[in-house]
Design a protein around this ligand. Sequence first.
Ligand SMILES: Nc1nc2c(ncn2[C@@H]2O[C@H](COP(=O)(O)OP(=O)(O)OP(=O)(O)OP(=O)(O)OC[C@H]3O[C@@H](n4cnc5c(=O)[nH]c(N)nc54)[C@H](O)[C@@H]3O)[C@@H](O)[C@H]2O)c(=O)[nH]1
Length: 160
Amino acid sequence: MTLRACGLIIFRQVSQHPPPDNIQYLLLQTSYGHHHWTPPKGHVDPGEDDMTTALRETEEEAGLLAGQLRIIDSFLRELHYKVQGKSKEVLYWLAELRDPETQVTLSKEHQDYRWAGLEEACALAQYKEMQNTLRDAHHFLTAGGSKLGGRCHSGLVDVS
Ligand SMILES: Nc1nc2c(ncn2[C@@H]2O[C@H](COP(=O)(O)OP(=O)(O)OP(=O)(O)OP(=O)(O)OC[C@H]3O[C@@H](n4cnc5c(=O)[nH]c(N)nc54)[C@H](O)[C@@H]3O)[C@@H](O)[C@H]2O)c(=O)[nH]1
């Protein structure tokens, strides 16, 4: 049976850097195993829909509430890899943190977090699948897939 997990690639825009380096991605470092870095995500509970899982895990793992995020549901990527011989699929949407100063609050599952530019995020993410997804997301955000800076892209869903 395939393990299924869902999460959000959360980004924020900061004013200290000019575009496209003003976009930073949130990665969390696990407090277990090899202490790998991933966006907030987790296993789908029985009967739960995918977006509910992504939002629940984001709240549990990063302390960020749905109303603090702008979900970009026109960006969806599915990753496939093996975990201890079992197939795993992970779905990620993109989400912007509305207020870039919002505090991240970790659970016991993670020991650290980082807001990282694309290259640092790819270095932390370590796995090809995740790196490609981050690069896709960055391209989407910077090459016209989404209009940032106050104007809403048609794919932006206000979940507040
Ligand atoms: N003590 C302990 N406890 C653990 C451990 N493990 C889990 N727990 C417990 O489980 C709960 C988590 O539950 P949720 O939050 O619901 O789910 P997820 O977020 O889905 O959880 P994971 O962290 O299991 O999921 P992945 O990120 O997918 O990592 C799984 C493996 O895949 C590798 N990996 C990651 N990404 C990629 C990739 O892109 N490509 C490839 N090729 N590989 C990749 C990665 O290196 C790792 O070896 C926690 O409460 C823990 O208590 C563990 O080793 N020791």
